[in-house]
Design a binder for this molecule. Structure first.
Ligand code: TRP
Length: 500
């Protein structure tokens, strides 16, 4: 039985998988992963990364799918039905995702500018210098806040305008179709660029750096936090996306095999991108004589430095490949950013019965205004802090509480027979219960506490200030949305269903 008003359903299992991959594959794979890998010890990072996939990525995605499939309703509403005390979590997550959206708009803006730059190779002979100093006028000091960079502001605002226009007009279909062409194109262009990068002189230096692990780093909580943060961000995990998408699946979908495909495609793709970026770093190192780990000052700008470097040596080809590359990245980012507004807008719509148009307009205006902070000289630095805070601190707490709500209160054992009946690949056994009930929450708690201590110990003053401000915003709005009374009676009804 279905207890929700809207009966959306995917046409086929393939469109479900493709939609999930479409939401997962975005700037997180192309822009974020190489820089996270680069700044967390390269090769050594693979240990926490694989652990994060095995104990969180796969099991948690299966859990999120099962609960979403079971409830077929919006995220905070389902959490309320599981236990009314957990409604706060249903707001905490969508608000965090909205904060992601705000900085995502900035990276999208940078990328938009690079679409134009790549026609002229405006970055010149030194893409590193161009990105960091000429374009971003980047500084880590707070004096940067008074430096406003109009061109970045315009680029960010264009992104918001597109987001507003599309979500407000509900042009999903057009964009959906466009991305079905452009996302495969992105894979092909990427394949070409990565293979080319691997043949560059010095590529081996970079790959060596990538694969020569520094084991001592494994004792550092921060790289564990970074690995969990990356899996969370890149799979859009625990963010109510998988939850919502699964609620649109047909009654016989094989959720377990789907999970494996999504994880494989997403993580495979990001590692493929990283191979390219590290080969280019090797090439840059050979040319400049500077060690790989000292090449790029600003991690968050890595792809905007690495790819222009390779376009510089590609000859005339680059005038086609460059714009095509940055443009398809833009589309990949656009399809992801459009879904980052959904959790919050849908939840507000559900609880307060506001119209979709009104919510979208208000959220876009708030987002656009707040994102102007990224158009200042300190923007790049703040972006790195916010990104780390949301993915490594905030959503990690979210995952912990989701484990409690989904695995303990919801009694996830009950869905196993049904998952297994449909599964053509992996069979779910007691190991899954053990992971989602005990292992994952424990590991997440340890990593979280350890990482937080590390951050407080080693973080800069500016970083800690940003963390405090974000905590106040996040907790404040979570409480506000939770306690405000709902306009819909349905909100307070309790009813759940176990697969039927
Ligand atoms: N997974 C997306 C990417 O890799 C980014 C993302 C993070 C996202 N959280 C999300 C997308 C929530 C949609 C919804 O780029």
């Amino acid at each position: 039985m279905n207890n929700n008003e809207d009966r959306n359903e995917w046409g086929s299992n393939l469109s479900f998988i493709l939609a999930m991959i479409g939401s997962a594959v975005g700037l997180g794979n192309i822009w974020r992963y190489p820089y996270v890998l680069y700044s967390n010890g390269g090769g050594a990072f693979y240990i926490p990364y694989i652990v994060a996939i095995l104990i969180m990525g796969i099991p948690f995605l299966i859990l999120e799918y099962s609960v979403g499939y079971n409830f077929k309703s919006s995220f905070p509403k389902a959490l309320r039905k599981i236990n009314s005390k957990f409604e706060f979590l249903g707001w905490f997550i969508p608000i965090s995702v909205f904060l992601i959206m705000i900085y995502y708009s900035c990276i999208l803006g940078w990328d938009g500018l690079y679409v134009i730059f790549s026609f002229f190779k405006s970055w010149g002979a030194n893409p590193n210098n161009y990105f960091t100093s000429t374009l971003l006028q980047s500084t880590t000091s707070t004096s940067g806040l008074s430096v406003f960079i109009p061109i970045i502001a315009v680029a960010i605002l264009v992104g918001w305008l597109i987001v507003w226009y599309v979500s407000h007009k509900d042009l999903e279909k057009g964009l959906g179709r466009l991305s079905k062409i452009l996302v495969p194109l992105l894979f092909i262009i990427m394949l070409f660029i990565v293979i080319f990068s691997l043949t560059l002189p010095g590529a081996g230096i970079g790959l060596n750096e990538l694969f020569a692990p520094d084991w001592s780093l494994l004792l550092n909580f921060n790289i564990w936090m970074a690995a969990f943060g990356q899996i969370i961000f890149s799979l859009s995990l625990g963010m109510s996306i998988a939850f919502t998408y699964a609620s649109y699946t047909k009654d016989d979908s094989d959720l377990v095999s789907n999970t494996l495909w999504v994880v494989l495609a997403n993580c495979g793709f990001e590692n493929f991108c990283a191979l390219g970026v590290f080969s280019i770093l090797g090439y840059m190192s050979l040319k400049s004589g500077v060690a790989v780990n000292q090449l790029v000052q600003q991690g968050t700008g890595l792809v905007f430095i690495a790819y222009p470097t390779v376009f510089n040596v590609l000859g005339n080809w680059s005038y086609v490949l460059g714009p095509a590359f940055f443009f398809t990245v833009y589309i990949a980012g656009l399809t992801s950013i459009l879904s980052t507004i959904e959790p919050l807008s849908f939840s507000i719509q559900n609880k307060f019965a506001w119209s979709r148009n009104k919510i979208m307009t208000i959220l876009c205006i708030i987002g656009a205004v707040v994102s102007m902070i990224y158009a200042t000289g300190m923007g790049g630095t703040i972006l790195g802090f916010v990104d780390a805070y949301i993915n490594q601190i905030a959503i990690l707490i979210g995952v912990f509480f989701e484990c409690i709500a989904f695995a303990w209160l919801f009694k996830c054992e009950d869905v196993i027979p049904e998952l297994n009946r449909r599964s053509k690949s992996l069979k779910i056994g007691r190991w899954w219960i053990f992971i989602v009930k005990y292992l994952l929450p424990t590991v997440v708690a340890i990593v979280w506490v350890g990482g937080l201590f590390d951050t407080i110990k080693t973080g800069t003053f500016e970083e800690l200030i940003v963390f405090v401000i974000l905590t106040v915003i996040l907790v404040g709005f979570t409480i506000l949305f939770t306690v405000l009374p709902s306009k819909s009676d349905d909100w307070y009804k309790t009813k759940s269903r176990i697969f039927d």
